[in-house]
Design a binder for this molecule. Structure first.
Ligand code: ASP
Length: 439
């Protein structure tokens, strides 16, 4: 293990001059914090957009007013930055003119992190590192992945003397074109760097004080979790806990680099540690309940479906051909559902075509129904493994509140249980499970 600490500061941490001063204080407090990954400025108040949202709007509309507002946001977080920021932004816009599609879009949107990185490095008097020196990525079907060659590049760059600022959220492909990760992807940059450097800890500073056992917009007094495992964090992030990007668990869990998710403004209070394993209380099998909506399902039913060799593959192929990813696929006798994110269906024009293609590939004797507005609850905890009756108990708790469960999914490893409910029942269902198991 290396005595380096890698820190990542989220957008909220550099959305105001006070936030930037707090970053400075935290970095001055511990000299082993040698690498800082920074996001684009977030919302200074709930009614303001994030700088990334403004850059997305600019890339679509090219409205001059949006550009001016972006420059204003940097000037407010990093006083004196106006001319530098404006010049660099306009230069990038000019240089991106020859690009199109995702390449153009990412070239503009990545400026949020790049400008924060440059300004923060100046403020802290750290060395600015361009992701081109450390993060080589590939981009397939719109998904950006970090290539393994980046590990050595990262080690070579950061094992040199000094303290560094690296902008999060993007890397460069083999042709030198910028590609961004999905939203919130600076967490992934930080996780990758911490893992490559075999860091002592990856400190993920954010605008909440840690990970809470349920979304606090739904359970207002949900308690903070002190420690959870990588797998628990992965399941809860995937299920809708926005505090840590679900893909960011990968690099740190592989190298067993512990993560400390903590509040920038509440520093030095401790937040939540994410570790390889922990001791669990047998009376508390569940560590948290995550909630996410915006799901839909294609439900296929027909006598003899189970005996039909290759039926799953053929149904899945219909989605793969359209580059639509499948979230879950619960099944029972003669009954298979394919659950996806509604956002992948665009304006919904393809729904009829998908149904037609399913019929085309497995025959017309089946019925295919489409259901929208589903929500999923992910109940996670290492204590679920082998514990008797938890699922039955959750089901009767939900039934007791008049909530209909539309699908249930649990893997043989019993890591988590996923319940699908109508989105109008979602918040009630989260409260019911929280009251029963987590209060
Ligand atoms: N700025 C990007 C976003 O708003 C990435 C990040 O903050 O991690 O999604």
């Amino acid at each position: 293990m290396n005595s380096i600490k890698v820190c990542k500061f989220g957008g909220g941490s550099n959305a105001s001059p006070n936030g930037v001063s707090q970053i400075k204080r935290i970095m001055n407090d511990d000299l082993s914090r040698r690498v800082v990954v920074i996001s684009a400025p977030g919302r200074p108040s709930p009614s303001n957009p994030k700088v990334t949202d403004m850059l997305i709007a600019y890339a679509k509309t090219k409205e001059e007013g949006t550009l001016e507002s972006i420059v204003g946001r940097y000037e407010s977080s990093y006083p004196g930055s106006r001319i530098r920021v404006e010049t660099r932004l306009r230069q990038r816009i000019r240089n991106s003119e020859g690009l199109s599609g995702k390449a153009y879009f990412d070239s503009i949107v990545s400026m949020g992190e790049e400008l924060s990185g440059l300004e923060l490095a100046r403020t802290l008097d750290f060395v600015y590192v361009d992701p081109q020196a450390v993060l080589r990525v590939s981009c397939n079907s719109g998904r950006t992945e970090i290539l393994s060659v980046s590990e050595e590049m990262t080690r070579n760059r950061f094992n040199q003397r000094g303290r560094f600022v690296l902008p999060g959220f993007f890397g460069y492909n083999e042709e030198g074109i910028i590609a961004t990760f999905s939203r919130g992807g600076s967490d992934l940059t930080g996780s990758f760097v911490a893992a490559a450097l075999d860091a002592e800890v990856y400190e993920n500073f954010t605008d909440v004080d840690g990970v809470f056992a349920a979304n606090r917009n739904i359970v207002t007094d949900a308690r903070k979790i002190n420690k959870l495992t990588f797998k628990e964090m992965r399941d809860l992030s995937y299920g809708g806990f926005g505090v840590f990007h679900p893909e960011a668990i990968g690099p740190v869990s592989e190298k067993m680099v512990r993560v400390h998710i903590r509040g920038t403004s509440s520093y030095p209070s401790e937040g939540t540690y994410v570790v390889h394993d922990r001791l669990s209380d047998p009376t508390k099998p569940i560590v948290g309940v995550a909630y996410g909506d915006g799901f839909c399902s294609f439900d296929v039913e027909g006598f003899g479906l189970n005996e039909n060799v290759g039926v799953m593959r053929r149904i899945f192929q219909v989605f793969e051909d359209r580059e639509i990813s499948i979230e879950f696929s619960p099944s029972a006798i003669d009954d298979i559902s394919v659950i996806l994110k509604e956002s992948q269906l665009g304006d919904g024009d393809c729904i009829d075509e998908i149904i037609r293609d399913i019929h085309r590939t497995i025959g017309n004797k089946v019925t295919v129904d489409f259901q929208e507005h589903l929500a999923s609850l992910v109940v996670a905890g290492k204590g679920l493994k082998g514990s008797r009756g938890v699922s039955a108990d959750i089901q009767s708790t939900l039934a007791g509140r008049g909530i209909n469960i539309q699908f249930i999914q649990q893997g043989a490893r019993e890591r988590s249980i996923i319940y699908g409910v109508h989105r109008s029942d979602g918040p009630d269902a989260v409260n019911a499970i929280y009251d029963k198991y987590l209060r």
